[in-house]
Ligand binder design. Structure first.
Ligand code: ADP
Length: 136
């Protein structure tokens, strides 16, 4: 079984994120560690200069709080990570850094056809060094 499971969730589609987390809990043993991750996307410089200087810090803080609330509601102890960067690159970076053995990711945002693999999900599947479970 898998000992360290990374669950990246998109905060704009929380219902799907929570279902992905449910799948992770089903695949986890009691001793397995689950890491819940959201990546706050980098803001292009030309946009950032028009926004408050601490916008990323505020977003990271808010995201970490939301992730903790989801973790608490799941009734299982888990680590939460809010990072900034490009989503797929950061997901792969955290997976390597934390030496996870499974990434569980939703196939795409809701509302798109079943055969479609989203842009983040497809890059994670292609480049991850560990197993990836894609939830449809
Ligand atoms: P689409 O291209 O249809 O928007 P994505 O591939 O971006 O689909 O999203 C599929 C899944 O990838 C999400 O449900 C989530 O699991 C993961 N994901 C996407 N963006 C992020 C993000 N910023 N932080 C963490 N996970 C993400």
């Amino acid at each position: 079984m898998y000992q360290k499971i990374l669950v990246p969730i998109d905060m704009t589609h929380l219902a799907e994120g929570k279902s992905t987390l449910d799948v992770a809990i089903e695949h986890a043993e009691e001793s397995s560690k689950i890491i819940l991750l959201n990546v706050v996307e980098d803001i292009p410089n030309w946009v950032a200069i028009q926004l408050p200087a601490n916008i990323i810090d505020v977003s990271l803080e808010h995201t970490a709080k939301e992730l903790k609330a989801i973790a608490n509601a799941s009734g299982r102890s888990m680590e939460v990570e809010a990072r900034t960067g490009s989503s797929y690159h950061t997901i792969l970076q955290v997976a390597e850094e934390k030496e996870v053995d499974l990434i569980i990711i939703a196939s795409h945002r809701p509302g798109l056809q079943d055969y479609f693999l989203g842009s983040t999900a497809s890059k994670v599947v292609r480049h991850a060094k560990c197993s990836v479970l894609v939830v449809r």
